[in-house]
Ligand binder design. Structure first.
Ligand SMILES: Nc1ncnc2c1ncn2[C@@H]1O[C@H](COP(=O)(O)OP(=O)(O)OP(=O)(O)O)[C@@H](O)[C@H]1O
Ligand SMILES: [Mg+2]
Length: 254
């Protein structure tokens, strides 16, 4: 069962500032249209085009939960202190409330690995810093191996896990490994996942809720109706057809 059941946006808190409501992040179409989001599955996927607002909402949920961002906040563009943030207008409904979890952002994973290396240089911590990561620096592994080491060792505590494009360094085979990890965590009843992804493999997780972000807002969609599934299927079935269209000479120029 999910822990975080619902996310609501309290637009009243922005009404004093119509300019802010039009600007980033409130002006992103999918966010602008959003009043409430039901999270009714153990695994929820955020999908949609690049720039549709998935990371923005995921990060705001993470901030509202009080999670630190794996990779550090320093890469987030600094805001004026008294600006209302998206996280400030979120209302989270829990059943039951859990405090464990984190926000994993694939883009800044290297910064996180640097941070663990820095901790290890502190004489009072030393190599203990690597204890959760099988005893050595996350930099001493490939990008994808680092991701998997992180997931294998940092999940397990009862919590809400927000993952932004966790597939990005993973081979197809290791995307299957990640599905297995998700399944183990969900089966133990200890974990809820909200995952922004472009991976047709990952979003196939049985029983997951897929929420699609677009110009009209955020709405549930069946796996087989997603562009990710359809395009991948059609491409694999007949890639020559795609190449004929993609690599066609421009009529005017010939
Ligand atoms: N710090 C920022 N300042 C202004 N605009 C931003 C900022 N960060 C993101 N945006 C804009 O907000 C929109 C949503 O960005 P977001 O990163 O949430 O998209 P996304 O759905 O996660 O995309 P992707 O699939 O490429 O990761 C984009 O149009 C982007 O240009
Ligand atoms: Mg994103």
């Amino acid at each position: 069962m999910p822990f975080l059941r619902r996310v609501e946006l309290d637009w009243e808190r922005l009404s004093a500032s119509p300019a802010a409501a039009r600007a980033y992040p409130f002006g992103i179409p999918a966010i602008r249209e959003l009043n409430r989001l039901e999270l009714d599955a153990d695994v929820t996927f955020f999908i949609g085009a690049n720039g549709s607002g998935k990371s923005t909402l995921l990060e705001a949920i993470g901030t509202a939960c009080g999670f630190s961002i794996v990779g550090g906040r320093d890469l987030v563009i600094a805001k004026e202190k008294d600006d209302t943030s998206l996280a400030d207008i979120l209302r989270l409904s829990w059943m039951p409330k859990v405090s464990g979890g984190f926000f994993f952002r694939a883009e800044t994973f290297d910064t996180f690995a640097d941070y663990i290396d820095e901790l290890a240089k502190d004489p009072s911590i030393g190599r203990q810093a690597y204890a959760p990561y099988e005893g050595r620096s996350l930099h001493e592994r490939s990008h994808g191996q680092g991701f998997l080491t992180f997931f294998r060792n940092r999940l397990g505590r009862k919590g809400l896990y927000l993952l932004d494009e966790p597939e990005s360094a993973l081979s197809p085979q290791n995307q299957l490994s990640l599905l297995r990890i998700l399944w183990e965590q969900v089966s133990s009843g200890q974990a809820q996942f909200v995952i922004a992804t472009h991976s047709p493999i990952l979003m196939a997780y049985p029983g997951a809720r897929i929420l699609r972000f677009d110009e009209d807002g955020i709405a549930p969609i069946a796996y087989e109706d997603t562009d990710h599934y359809r395009l991948t299927r059609d491409f694999l079935n007949d890639r020559e057809r795609y190449f004929r269209a993609l690599f066609a000479e421009d009529e005017e120029e010939t």
